[in-house]
Design a protein around this ligand. Structure first.
Ligand code: GDP
Ligand code: IMO
Ligand code: MG
Length: 428
């Protein structure tokens, strides 16, 4: 089995970390290919809870080589704090490999992320404030600092100077903030250089060789399809490509080597931050989903916006990613509803639409067309086969599969690694 992509089908927090961890023991490499410490993955192993942000979720599996790919943006302070925390809990992190071409998040990026959001006022995106957008903007503007720049101090200082020049004018003259010096940025970066050096590699070469040798590589996406800068609800998106194409550019693995695209999708929907969300519930039903699903952000602690399952979004994700399998998560959270509405299409200005609207204006106007499915009241957290589920829960899964554009191959019924119904192998 060559490369497998695992990504989010909705607006993030679908349970990608748990799904990656579940596959960890069957793969050789787990590569994070996009985003940075804006991600937050909660993984529960034997009752122990781990919160990962920058590290690939495969780091928890003994024997797996975790890789931070070239498409990731790295905050070095966060990287080493996360590693130290895991080391203190007895997790072996010594195999971590970091791409020499990944970009670095600096203090200038973090401050610009925050002041830009403040400046936007009501139009703010609700970013995680981690400097993600400004770092990707510098990458595209060709003034970014990469991991490899740490190993040539002269070049590093020259690049930091270029990167800061315009930003300091902006910070001082527009935002009324103090200028950031070349020394403070260079020193922050250089303080980690010695510790980072042994982890750094040409990761596209490493992964290409591993695939040639028949190893299995899992490409783990942060964020999700509707947060993709190209295919998401722009401008209310992150600044990277979480979709399947991004897995190739962000890792250096070509599309011809990708065999499977596994999309993780929640049995309902959530979103953190601003932007359109047609099935959002702003009433007591939304509060109930948030409470039952513990829908509070792993990264910022913000309450997540909650709503019903949106099959238009799922079909869209199936199409733009070429999804071969869905992992349906958090089915247990829906226990106790008499009827469960599922969005099967939109009505946009009085006209029914079965696909994602072409324009953001139409998406903002989209009203869900609901189908009501029967609920169930039995506790399903102990179910390990489809037959263990109440008939109505089985019918709910089947209905979602029929309307979502790809087979559902696994179902999550609790946060723990074992609380999963595997219908077919995700790796075969
Ligand atoms: P990620 O960012 O996609 O990795 O997802 P998060 O970790 O941010 O959010 C998913 C949350 O749901 C985590 O707290 C998981 O422990 C939890 N979780 C994952 N799968 C299930 C499931 O099937 N049932 C329940 N109840 N919780 C789950
Ligand atoms: P995981 O990997 C949910 C959202 C932010 C904001 C927008 C842009 O845990 O699913 P950014 O800081 O990336 O510039 O913020 O994207 N966002 C996420 N929402 N899950 C995530 O990651 C997210 N990462 C970013 O809330 O709306
Ligand atoms: Mg998350």
């Amino acid at each position: 089995m060559p490369a497998i992509v695992l990504l989010g089908a909705q607006w993030g927090d679908e349970g990608k970390g748990k799904a990656t961890d579940l596959l960890g023991s069957s793969v050789d490499f787990v590569v994070k290919y996009n985003g940075g410490n804006n991600a937050g993955h909660t993984i529960v192993v034997d009752g122990e809870k781990y919160a990962l942000h920058l590290l690939p979720s495969g780091i928890l599996t003994p024997g797996v080589v975790p890789v931070i790919g070239n498409g990731v943006v790295i905050d070095l302070a966060v990287l080493f704090t996360e590693l130290d925390d895991l080391d203190a809990r007895g997790v072996d992190t010594s195999r971590l490999v970091v791409s020499s071409a990944a970009h670095l998040i600096g203090p200038h990026h973090r401050v610009i992320d925050k002041v830009t959001e403040r400046f936007l006022g009501n139009a703010k995106l609700g970013t995680t404030g981690r400097g993600i957008g400004p770092t990707y903007a510098d990458k595209m503007s060709r003034v970014g600092i990469r991991v490899q720049d740490l190993f040539d101090e002269k070049i590093l200082r020259a690049k930091v100077e270029i990167a800061l020049e315009q930003k300091n004018h902006l910070l001082v003259k527009v935002y009324n903030r103090r200028a950031i010096t070349v020394d403070e940025v260079a020193e922050e970066f250089l303080s980690y250089a010695d510790r980072l050096r042994p982890m750094v590699a040409d990761t596209p070469l490493l992964l290409g060789t591993a695939l040639d040798e028949g190893r299995t590589v899992l490409l783990e996406g942060g964020q999700a399809t509707l947060l993709d800068v190209d295919h998401g609800t722009y401008p209310f998106v992150t600044s990277s490509n979480p979709t399947a194409g991004g897995a190739c550019t962000g890792s250096g693995i070509p599309p011809t080597r990708v065999d499977k695209v596994v999309a993780v999708v929640k049995a309902y929907a959530t979103r953190v931050g601003s932007g359109p969300f047609p099935t959002e519930l702003l009433d007591a039903d939304g509060d109930r989903l948030r409470a039952d699903g513990a829908e509070f952000g792993t990264t910022t602690g913000r309450p997540r916006r909650c709503g019903w399952y949106d099959a238009v979004v799922a079909r869209y994700a199936a199409r733009v990613n070429g999804v071969t399998d869905f992992v349906l998560t958090k089915l247990d959270v829906l226990t106790g509803w008499e009827r469960i509405p599922v969005c099967v299409a939109y009505e946009v200005d009085g006209v029914r639409q079965d696909e994602m609207p072409m324009t953001q204006t139409d998406f903002h106007h989209a009203k869900p067309v609901y189908e009501l499915l029967d609920g169930w009241s039995e506790d399903i957290t102990g179910a390990r086969t489809l037959a263990d589920l109440p008939k109505a829960a089985q019918a709910y899964v089947q209905a979602l599969e029929e309307m979502s554009g790809a087979p559902i191959s696994a179902i999550g019924v609790g946060p723990g690694r074992d609380a999963t119904i595997e219908l077919r192998s995700l790796l075969a």
